[in-house]
Design a protein around this ligand. Structure first.
Ligand code: MG
Ligand code: MG
Length: 271
């Protein structure tokens, strides 16, 4: 995936990426408003695709990307990422990572949120809270002069060292812009002061994937679905951000999705 040169973005380009990211964020909120036990991933996916296409010129960013068949990656419970929407109804003990990409005005936006139904255990709720918090620890390191390794280090220190969870190694965050995946790769683990230097204008997606148990993952026979080897749950939150002189500018937002979760009687808030 993310190999090759790094494209730093102008302020105008960053604003276009923000528009794509805001549409992703609103799509995730729409998902959060319709999720309930009994609904299927295929139903959610169809709703999300329509929601995106209702915005003139906007198209789903994942559908057709390396032949991925859907608008959303829907990754339930032990599925880490890249789950293909299916016809299995959600239940009240599921956690559901929904990853969404949009291509609009020649730029991609990318964000993800893991939803929790009301019946999940406190142990899994804590996993999600820590995963989400680790995302913001990583974002805080995305300042000019720091390096990519500082982002991964902050995420790993918090989720793995402090809380004992498993950080997935095989999948990483990425640069984003006119391409869904650009350089540099942004691992969720790393060493302070190592890797590509961060400069103003760099736009990256940061997306910790944090497992309750082992960090080890496997790929299913469908060629997409990544799941934990021990079948324990995995959390995933993602933002697209721009590195700017005055600090990280988060181009996507979880504000709408969290408002939708608050108003959905079947879902638990992760705070
Ligand atoms: Mg994503
Ligand atoms: Mg991504």
């Amino acid at each position: 995936m993310a190999k090759g040169m790094i494209y730093h973005k102008t302020d105008e380009e960053i604003e276009l990426i923000r528009q794509s990211c805001l549409l992703v964020s609103k799509t995730l909120a729409h998902v959060g408003s319709i999720l309930k036990p009994g609904v299927t991933g295929l139903q959610i996916d169809a709703e999300a695709e329509q929601f995106i296409r209702d915005h003139e010129g906007a198209i789903p960013g994942f559908k057709g990307y390396h032949d991925f068949p859907a608008t959303l990656c829907i990754s339930k419970n032990e599925v880490v990422v890249h789950g293909i929407p299916n016809d299995v109804p959600f239940t009240e003990t599921d956690i559901v990572s929904v990853d969404c990409g949009v291509y609009w005005n020649e730029f991609y936006g990318d964000a993800a949120y893991t939803f929790a139904f009301n019946g999940i255990s406190d142990q899994v709720k804590k996993l999600l809270k820590v995963t989400k918090e680790s995302l913001y620890k990583g974002i805080a390191q995305a300042v000019p002069g720091n390096r990519v390794g500082d982002i991964g280090y902050a995420i790993q220190e918090f989720a793995e060292k402090e809380h004992g969870y498993g950080i997935v190694r095989e999948l990483v965050g990425h640069g984003i812009g006119r391409n869904l995946h650009e350089s540099p790769e942004v691992p969720n683990y790393g060493s302070k002061g190592r890797g590509t230097k961060l400069q103003s204008g760099l736009v990256i997606a940061i997306e910790p994937m944090v497992n309750l148990g082992t960090k080890r993952v496997a790929q299913s026979d469908d060629g997409w679905t990544i799941l934990t080897q021990d079948k324990k749950q995995s959390g995933h939150y993602e933002h697209t951000i721009a590195v700017k002189e005055d600090g990280p500018d988060i181009l996507s937002t979880h504000e709408y999705v969290e408002e939708a979760v608050k108003n959905n009687e079947y879902l638990s808030e992760i705070e």
